[in-house]
Ligand binder design. Sequence first.
Ligand code: 13P
Length: 342
Amino acid sequence: MDAQLLERTARELVPERKGILAADESMGTIGKRFEALGIGSSEESRRDYREMLFTTPDIGEYLSGVILFDETIRQEASDGRLITQVLKDQGVIPGIKVDKSTVDMPLSPGEKYTQGLDGLADRLAEYVEMGARFTKWRAVITIGEGIPTRACIEANARALALYAAFCQEAGLVPIVEPEVLIDGTHSIEQCEIVTEWMLRTTFAALREHNVHLKGMLLKPNMVISGKEAQQQSGFEEVARYTVECLLRCVPAAVPGIVFLSGGQTDVQASANLNAMHTMYDDLPWELSFSYARALQEGPMKTWGGDAGNAEKAQKVFRHRAKMNSAARSGSYSEDMEQEQAA
Ligand code: 13P
């Protein structure tokens, strides 16, 4: 393992003012998001959409990296450049999602298991050839009646740790994503208990598998009430519960924590991240974002499958990236949302 290379890449992904765009939706997921907006999903439309995002002028001011899906990392932009080259030309590091999505956890109703370890080393070698420098693997934990179970927590944590070890051996920085879903009626306290359980189990597994903590990033959910909970948590509450939970569970050797947005609205995801920075300084790790929905909702809607809307959509995207860049240093305010019209 080249520890220095991994540490350098990990730090490059969490510089001041920058975060990560997750644009690694599987065909099924992006298909559903397109369908909801009446956009047809084809290899070409998915390429056009993502090319629109990646060619947004000056996007490298706000983004350090982009996570791609297997289809995209193999594609060329309309001007013939490889998509990875488009990103590099913007000063953005290409990354790749390497899990093979979730399956229903056998004999454990309502739970998911993330697959993709078989053949992983060979796939990683190919992605290194293609210019990827970091990876992502997402585990999904659901809160509900009698779940999560210990079996689900442990199986997913084990897979995350093995994934991270394979990546580091290949010279790729793993983003370890144990996501506790926002779906459900649970309270913020229940989310806190499950998030803490999953994080502690994940870091125990990472240690058992000799994962170099300085050469990885953590991508957790924020600690937040369920989407259908009667009592919805405000941003200062989310910030306090989240940071306190992370302080208890995440070793200081980890260089950065990059949140997923997980179904929060785009403004909520910015306001919550911002509150963490206004309420805490001197945290042991960089605290940034790796959003998919909270960065893409606006631009996808504006684009709507029509190349004629590309420039407008890019403005919406740049604005959203800028808001999160501000949130990452605690200098965001909702007044700044008005700038978008300009
Ligand atoms: P969301 O920000 O939409 O939760 O997506 C982040 C991600 O990459 C999930 O794997």
